[in-house]
Design a protein around this ligand. Sequence first.
Ligand code: ARG
Length: 274
Amino acid sequence: MVRKAALVVIVLLVTATPARAGTGSFQARDDIGSFRARDVIGSFRARDVIGGDVAGAGRFPWAVRLSMGCGGALTAPRVVLTAGHCAGPSGPNTRITVTAGATDLKARSAITVRSVAVFRSPDFVTETSGDDWAVIRLDRELAVPTLPITRENVDTGEFTVMGWGQTRETALRQERRLHYATVPAIPDKQCAAAYRKFGVKLVEDESICAGRHGVDTCQGDSGGPMVGRDRSGRWTQIGIVSWGLGCARDGYFGVYTQIAKFRAEIEEATSRFS
Ligand code: ARG
């Protein structure tokens, strides 16, 4: 019973639905936002993503913004990889607007395209239960660099995370400019122990936890890429922003889909949509 109540609370705090922000308005969804503003504990001021920096023009060129208030990355010229909880069910879908080719969503170089279809992991239920990935087919190919998926199952070290989401847990606002931060991966056991107290069971082998007090992704960053450098120094995608208890809190970490676990499925879905 207590466990169930705790689960309800955490599900509300981690947003089952992403912040509804059009690329035009940059407003987080009010109902969830104000709930959070009233109920969060320990809010504090920090900088960007949370505790990060603004990405200059041309940086992370494969990062895209999705109109439901999420992020994503171009895995192929016509395919975006995002979180399952951002994308909706598999099938035809022309409702998503994708903004690509600019870190500043209002830059003249920003390109907008529409979705035509979604393929979401058939095992997806909710973001805290793993399998939180989906691919979106665009209405055309983009002449924008793509981001390869990791060939190695790495889950230790430091990674770069990014998004146009909230820069504070209570910000209730999305950003016009892409923000990024470097975060250390946290051992699954330590992360799982923290979330267990809230009645949430971390799906350890499908998740990478990362962050530190004051540095994290936040609402509206979901679906965006967690990246690292491969052996030749090129960015490769390691994770997808999925969920967390609040943002950047002491002892609680951002949870990312460990995409190495889904590499074959993601690549198959990507080539079908290309
Ligand atoms: N679920 C959120 C979204 O839809 C992402 C939350 C990430 N939270 C965190 N503490 N890292 O945007």
